[in-house]
Design a protein. Structure first.
Length: 341
């Protein structure tokens, strides 16, 4: 399977991205042929550093431009035609690669995917699907920041895509879908959530359990949480910072007394397991659902482990034909077939 990797995207690019590529080669063997997109000289330097220069499973694809984090995503994607993310997306559009992994600007990645790969027929807006840990496992949040202005129909499509991804990749049988709102009653929320509630209630192919509030998210009450990208991104960024802050506060308290330090040492195994459950690098990246090409969006601070797992996630997405299944369901809904009503 051919996968394109945006080597220039990310806070620690190209070093960490190339290191992740090296780990993927070591772990997955001949499963993937990786197209490394970016500055050829920089890529060669990093590959030589990790001892992977000349590996037959790698191909360097030149790209002379990089879209920086501070640039306006849409205008930068249109202006910098030879940017690494654009070149990587072109490989998917031209069927030379089955998927893209990028830890670069999320906005630029979404824009490049939208303009170069287009959308799955019937879907208007893409959505980023992010996995969160819960007391009982994990849930999927969609949209985590791709589309800030949505319609009720967009949220219905998110529910369809999220359900398919949850069932196929996360192995949730008949995933429970909740609509993020400021109350559980049907009439709660704004016009967007009220309209979406109506559509979701009528969609028999979706296991819609109703509105869910913020305090329900981590209890394991639902498997898929639907919201617009504005709300979803606020949830994502808030949870990330809460996790960091809590970690610092726990450490500060432990360091105050000797017996607390000793207790923490005895509980080290529990802390290690907790960190693993909440580590973004374990997942590797979030799929951009709705676009006609497979794209995994990595965190800007992605390390080698995250890149390696992001490549694996891209491969799983392609292998399990997630996009094809989404397209079939959306087509059935558009045709208003009996089984979709």
């Amino acid at each position: 399977m051919h996968i394109a990797v945006d080597i220039m995207g990310g806070d620690f690019a190209p070093a960490s991205i190339v290191e992740g590529v090296g780990e993927a080669l070591d772990l997955f063997g001949d499963r993937y042929h990786l197209h490394l997109v970016g500055d050829p000289k920089a890529i060669e330097k990093e590959l030589r550093r990790i001892g992977k220069w000349g590996d037959q499973r790698l191909e360097v694809i030149p790209a002379s431009q990089v879209i920086e984090m501070g640039e306006h995503p849409v205008s930068a994607v249109r202006r910098k035609r030879d940017a690494s993310i654009n070149v990587a997306m072109n490989l998917v559009r031209q069927k030379k690669a089955a998927a893209v992994f990028s830890a670069g600007s999320t906005g630029a990645t979404v824009a490049a995917a939208y303009f170069r790969c287009s959308m799955i027929p019937g879907i208007e807006r893409p959505g980023i699907a992010t996995v969160f840990p819960t007391e009982k496992g994990h849930f999927l949040l969609l949209d985590a920041g791709a589309s800030v202005d949505c319609t009720p129909l967009n949220l219905l499509h998110y529910a369809v895509m999220g359900s398919i991804y949850s069932q196929t990749i996360l192995r949730h049988k008949n995933p429970r879908v909740g609509l993020l709102c400021n109350g559980t009653e049907e009439g709660k929320g704004n016009k967007l959530t009220q309209g979406a509630f109506q559509l979701l209630s009528e969609a028999k192919k979706i296991n819609f359990v109703g509105n869910v509030e913020g305090h329900d998210l981590f209890s394991g009450a639902v498997d898929v949480v639907i919201c617009d990208g504005f709300v979803g991104n606020v949830v994502l960024k808030s949870c990330e910072q809460i996790a960091v802050a809590l970690g610092h506060m726990v450490k500060q308290q432990i360091m105050q007394k000797l017996h607390w330090k000793l207790g923490a040492l005895m509980a080290k195994g529990a802390f290690v397991e907790l960190k693993k459950r909440t580590d973004y690098a374990e997942v590797g990246g979030a799929p951009l659902l709705g676009v006609a090409g497979v794209c995994i969006v990595g965190h800007g601070i992605s390390n080698a482990k995250a890149v390696r797992n992001g490549i694996r996630s891209a491969g799983d997405f392609v292998r399990l034909r997630v996009n094809e299944t989404i397209a079939e369901h959306i087509k059935a809904m558009s045709n208003n077939t009996p089984e979709s009503r």
